[in-house]
Structures are given as structure tokens and as C-alpha cells.
Design a protein around this ligand. Structure first.
Ligand SMILES: Nc1ncnc2c1ncn2[C@@H]1O[C@H](COP(=O)(O)OP(=O)(O)OP(=O)(O)O)[C@@H](O)[C@H]1O
Length: 267
């Protein structure tokens, strides 16, 4: 693995003065997809907002290419090479596809690469973004992140409200972004799709990391994901006690009633 493009140490983030994210350490390497999983409300978006500067990092460090950025304004973090695809899927609805890309273009950012990745957008360059389908709008949002010539891209739940087929299509592109040397940090409700494209994974529960390790260790293991998301007694075939989980991370708490996202996998 190359040196991390993004490295977090002891990161804590509050929301409205309430501690939400606690003591998070993670690294994202260039050319890899780093997956962040967790149940609704686990603190994934808060963590991403902290990295991007939309929520204040209360303590700990966030390093981008070795430089501490946790006290920089969001636009300075963006200029330093941090792209953020927020959950809201925001485009400039009255601007055309091409204008949406041009306003975000920076440095070596190349529209041709976006059109190669998304031929759908190439055909709709002159169309107002507001007239695109949800999947196409998400392509514009990913394209805007890409033309800002980022070193790291944070992607938060890009699948929200999209058809499974579209989600799979977008997930392939996420792999291609990593293939260009970008460090991608991916939050995703469809855990198995994310684990398929990812290299390493982190699971957040109640704002703390309860698993850090290779995606391969979690792929297809829905029982283990469930335990990691919600707690509950370990069972036969469960995680090794010498793994990356902090002590007792997979035990102790009663199981949750909601099915794990892996069971809501797009088919
Ligand atoms: N602006 C806010 N003000 C106060 N509390 C907030 C705010 N945003 C989020 N929270 C709270 O912080 C906790 C973590 O929310 P967050 O959105 O980070 O979780 P998440 O893991 O991204 O969940 P989801 O998958 O539902 O988006 C939740 O309890 C939520 O209610």
C-alpha cells in the first residue's frame, strides 16, 4: 500500500454540541476505495463533514498528503485536493451538464475524462441538469468532483433513492476513479456492493470504529456485519479475537431490530 493520501488520528466531531464521532483513526491510500459502513445514525456523515470542514473537528488530526487540514476552511481543503460528494446530490439545476462541470473545473481537471466515464453525460452536455434522471444527476455530481482534480474523494451514500442497476453502474465508476490514482472514501448503504469495490473497510457504531480491516473479511458475511452494526453476542464462526476490532467491539450490546443494509442489498 502506498503512503496514505488521507490519514485521521483520534478524530472527534460534535453536532450541535453533542459528541457524535469519537476517536476515529483511518487511512485512505491512493488508488484504493476505503469503505465506511455503519447503521443509520452511526455518525458516518458527521465524520465526512468533519473531514471536509462542514462540521468542526473537536480534537484529533486530519492529514491530506501529510499536511494537517483540520483547521482549514472547507474551500481551502477543497483547493488542497479534497473532493466531497455529499448525500444531497446537488447540481446547479438550471445550468447545463457542461456548465456544471466547468464551474468545478480546477488544475488538471479534464471534462473529456468525465465524458469517457459517463457517455450518458456526453450525449446530454447541453441539457439543464434539473432535467436529468437521478442517476444522471449523480453522474454530474461525481463528474464535478473529478474535474476538481482531487487527490481524495469522499462519497456519501450516492445510491440514495437510485435503482439497483444504476447503483451498480455508479459503483463501477467508483472503482475507475480509484484506478486513476485517487483515494476514494465511500459511505454506502448497500454494504456488499461497497465491499466488492473496496480494499479496506471501517465500521462505525455509535460514532466509534468497531472494525478496521480488509473488505474481503466482511464480504458476504451478513451475520458479522449485523453484529458490527448493532452489537449482540458473538456466535460460532464469528470474528477472530486477534482481529483489528477493539476488545469487545462485537459483543455486549443487544442486537438491533433493523435488518443490516447487507440484507437490503440491491439485486
Ligand atoms: N445537524 C445536526 N444537529 C444535531 N444532531 C445531528 C445533526 N446531524 C446529525 N446529527 C445526529 O448525529 C448522529 C449521527 O448522524 P449522521 O448523519 O452522521 O449518521 P449517519 O451514520 O451518516 O446516518 P445515515 O446513514 O442515516 O445518514 C445522529 O444521532 C443524528 O441525529
Amino acid at each position: 500500500m502506498e503512503a496514505p493520501a488521507l490519514a485521521l488520528e483520534g478524530v472527534a466531531v460534535d453536532r450541535a454540541e453533542v459528541p457524535v464521532v469519537h476517536d476515529v483513526a483511518l487511512e485512505a491510500a491512493p488508488g484504493e476505495v476505503t469503505v465506511v459502513l455503519g447503521a443509520n445514525g452511526a455518525g458516518k456523515t458527521t465524520l465526512m463533514d468533519g473531514i471536509a470542514g462542514l462540521a468542526r473537528v473537536k480534537s484529533g488530526t486530519v492529514r491530506l498528503g501529510g499536511t494537517a487540514i483540520e483547521r482549514l476552511a472547507p474551500y481551502k481543503r477543497a483547493r488542497a485536493g479534497l473532493g466531497y460528494v455529499e448525500q444531497a446530490r446537488t447540481t446547479f439545476r438550471t445550468l447545463t451538464v457542461e456548465q456544471n462541470l466547468l464551474v468545478s473545473q480546477r488544475g488538471d481537471g479534464d471534462l473529456a475524462t468525465v465524458y469517457r466515464l459517463f457517455p450518458e453525460l456526453d450525449k446530454r452536455r447541453g441539457l439543464q441538469a434539473g432535467h436529468l434522471s437521478g442517476g444522471e444527476q449523480q453522474m454530474v455530481v461525481l463528474g464535478r468532483a473529478l474535474v476538481s482534480a482531487p487527490k481524495v474523494v469522499l462519497i456519501d451514500e450516492m445510491s440514495l433513492g437510485l435503482a439497483p442497476l444504476v447503483v451498480r453502474r455508479l459503483m463501477t465508476t467508483v472503482g475507475e476513479l480509484a484506478g486513476m490514482g485517487i483515494a476514494v472514501v465511500l459511505i454506502e448503504q448497500f454494504a456488499n456492493l461497497a465491499l466488492d469495490v473496496g480494499t479496506s473497510a471501517h465500521v462505525l457504531r455509535k460514532g466509534r470504529i468497531v472494525f478496521s480491516g480488509p473488505c474481503a473479511e466482511l464480504r458476504g458475511d451478513e451475520r458479522r456485519l449485523h453484529r458490527l452494526y448493532f452489537g449482540g453476542a458473538p456466535s460460532a464462526g464469528g470474528p477472530r479475537s486477534d482481529g483489528a476490532e477493539p476488545g469487545g467491539a462485537e459483543g455486549a450490546e443487544p442486537g438491533g431490530a433493523t435488518p443490516p443494509p447487507a440484507e437490503r442489498e440491491a439485486r
